[in-house]
Design a protein around this ligand. Sequence first.
Ligand code: SF4
Ligand code: SF4
Length: 329
Amino acid sequence: MALRKNTETVPDFDQQLRTAGIESIGLDALRTLQVNLGNRCNQRCSHCHVGAGPEGDKIMPRDVMQGIVDFLGNHPGLCVDMTGGCPELNPNFRFFVENVHPLAEPLMTRTNLTVSLEPGLDWVAPLYRDHRVVVIGSLPCYTEQNVDKQRGRHVFKASMKAIKRLNELGYGCEKDLQLNLVYNPGGDFLPGPQEQLEADYKRELNEKFGVRFNRLFTMTNAPIGRFKQYLEANGLLGPYLELLADNFNPEAAENVMCRSLVSVDYRGLLYNCDFNQALGLPIILADGQAATIDRLDDVISQDVDVITGTHCYCCTAGAGSSCTGSLVE
Ligand code: SF4
Ligand code: SF4
């Protein structure tokens, strides 16, 4: 089996797929359009794979948003998944939510929770409620110590406050106001079983802080961005990649999210996923051009192979990992 050079001592990912009887991965059917609204964030987490922070200046302008709205107008009923940085810090966030809501099924947002407590942003949670936006909040543990270690001082307390506010608006309580949380490991290890962790989160958060949520999604840390820098600085990149590769699960590979998702960056460029976006690997069309939102129909019709790499092992290790949690039971 072919080996990659440098610290990447793991089998080539495509070769691993073929060994498992999977010739290649392609976009089977577009079900989710993931939209990265920009890399500005009120936090600067140690594991962030997009390198977001308060100084982030890659902000999606309104004309790119309009291109997405136009595409959705011709393809209503897709799931739209807003992400960032903090989507809420895009100056045209309200415009995007109001225009996409009637076309998306459902409209989801990824939030770090704490941003809604920033001065001048108290309209954000009511905007979510009014447009039935599915809220997916990052909370990598149910203990203050672990959350603050990964995401910064006082983040846990602020997250509890933000969840309480969402609960007061009906999130996590009413059937059509879904609040889901995201767990990711606090280091170079794989997530535990999603169902068990969800039960632990629900018990601990309800008993100790009186807050409620619907579902927990477990995600594996991607070996890119700040997390990769941390691994490299501590001599852990090779062992972590080996851990991911040793736990390669063909069933997870059959279900990776790039089979049904396309990711859009702030300029309107298209990628197979948020990780490929962070790595600067856009989808290349048959004419050699990088795909943009106005050519998403070509991406669908041309059935181009997904661009894979060593980082893909984070989607296929153990129970698998995607933006909506594990991939196999
Ligand atoms: S992980 Fe999320 S909350 Fe943390 S810096 Fe990155 S975008 Fe911001
Ligand atoms: S990292 Fe992206 S391209 Fe690779 S398997 Fe995961 S979703 Fe697909």
